[in-house]
Design a protein around this ligand. Sequence first.
Ligand code: FMN
Length: 186
Amino acid sequence: MSDPIRVVGVVASLRQGSYNRLLMRAAQEELPPDMRLEQAVIADIPFYDGDVEAAGLPAPVERFKAQIRAADALLIATPEYNYAIPGLLKNALDWASRPSGQSALTGKAMAVIGASTGVLGTARAQMQLRQLALGLDVQIANRPEVLLGQAASKFDEQGRLIDENARKLLRALLLTLRTLALRLRG
Ligand SMILES: Cc1cc2nc3c(=O)[nH]c(=O)nc-3n(C[C@H](O)[C@H](O)[C@H](O)COP(=O)(O)O)c2cc1C
């Protein structure tokens, strides 16, 4: 049997009760048996600064990059802030792509999921992240899209995702990510 497929989970919200954190938890519950999902911590990554980079990567950046390098794929759960991804996420991805020519992201597989209180369920933020994937040279698992709108009504009091269709879509997207990651392994 081949090695398990290692996935780094990134939740792009710092909020304790984040719906995106709960959506990531549901992804963990729906993970195929041969996939492993390990959460990254990006809260302590400082703002990107070329002078800091020149002096040596900060420890939280080194940790994030090492985690990505050791994995086959990323799973990003992102909120939508003013029709875009949070700066927190953009900043972490910018650092992971540095220094030039030493990106940890090149050739990795990536899947995007998102929860918002609006009806479009992060559709615009996800479009932006897919565009960003071009610059980062990551391979996106395109289908199905997991867009959890009106998120406040989609979890029970314990924070469990109760939208069965969303769970079905999560399972299908994780299988797409699995296939893509295996293909990229060659
Ligand atoms: C600065 C800011 C901008 C937001 N802009 C949008 C938006 O463009 N579209 C949307 O659907 N929700 C928007 N929201 C509402 C978020 O969907 C909601 O706060 C959600 O709970 C954030 O995700 P989280 O629960 O994982 O923290 C915005 C929230 C904040 C704080």
